[in-house]
Design a protein. Structure first.
Length: 278
């Protein structure tokens, strides 16, 4: 559904990506992880056609995004981290804009607003930052586009709202839909995103499903540090370890520990994981 091959992109003299390749398929909720400034937002904008690479190395549903043809735009929606604050009410905004998207579900939009406890008759300017984000997330999900790109969607939400967000998004995926969620707050999205993509400056360090990750590494809590661990992190109860899974044991992925392990041992993870497909 999204094919990127040898993508290079720069802002003036700042080289963001160099020969980056990814293949993303429908039926998945991808987690796009990385430190601030590594290009997560830039990559989403390239996918949605808001930015153009030097060469047409990105295709989405067979289209070149930057051409932004109407049939392409009707099947993709990009929600930025800090969306605009429109004039008028939430309901008015959805009424005026939702009709462009053939699969927009007005009833579902109001259902989501209710779950997030956002008043549709409130003006955007009267909403808190968290309420504004929840209104936009509700709208984005109700559009039912085949491709949904969410940039830091849980930023600004309180803990109960993040729980609602995870519950709603987990029920959104189907065989014909692809969702990409960019975040640096990995704990917010545990048990939701799969596969995992971890970006570093100019490159993809990891692109793997949760199943593949648990086959190749294991996550262990231990009283003492262990020399053979790829990564160790001290905790109040001892150490949180990431080790090569030579024994074939099944453990639960700790996304935050995985993220730190990948950044610490970039070469090992690139050698042991296929970083271009899934």
């Amino acid at each position: 559904m999204i094919q990127i091959k040898n993508l290079s992109f720069s802002y003036s003299k700042n080289n963001v990506f160099r020969d980056l390749s990814l293949s993303l398929s429908e039926g998945n909720i991808y987690g796009l992880l990385g430190q601030n400034g590594v290009g997560k937002t830039t990559l989403l904008k390239l996918m949605s056609g808001l930015l153009k690479s030097d060469q047409e190395t990105c295709t989405v549903n067979g289209c070149h995004p930057y051409k932004r043809k109407p049939d392409f735009l009707q099947d993709i929606y990009f929600l930025p981290e800090e969306p605009a604050c429109p004039l008028g009410t939430v309901a008015h905004f959805a009424q005026n804009n939702g009709s462009f998207y053939p699969s927009y579900d007005k009833e579902y939009f109001y259902e989501l607003l209710d779950r997030f406890e956002v008043d549709p008759e409130k003006r955007f300017r009267d909403l808190s930052a968290g309420q504004l984000k929840k209104a936009y997330v509700s709208y984005a999900l109700a559009l039912n586009t085949k491709i949904l790109l969410l940039d830091e969607p849980s930023n600004g939400m309180d803990i109960p709202s993040k729980t609602v967000f995870r519950s709603i998004v987990s029920g959104q995926i189907n065989e014909g839909r692809l969702i990409v969620i960019s975040t640096h707050q990995v704990r917010d999205l545990e048990n939701l995103i799969d596969p995992i993509i971890i970006l570093d400056h100019k490159d993809v360090l990891l692109h793997a499903s949760i199943q593949e990750i648990t086959q190749k590494v294991c996550f262990i809590n231990a009283a003492d540090n262990q020399d053979e661990a790829l990564y160790s992190e001290e905790t109040p109860l001892g150490y949180s370890l990431v080790k090569a899974n030579t024994a074939g044991i099944d453990t639960k992925v700790n996304l935050e520990t995985l993220f730190n392990a990948v950044l610490t041992h970039k070469v090992w993870f690139k050698e042991h994981f296929n970083t271009t497909t899934l």
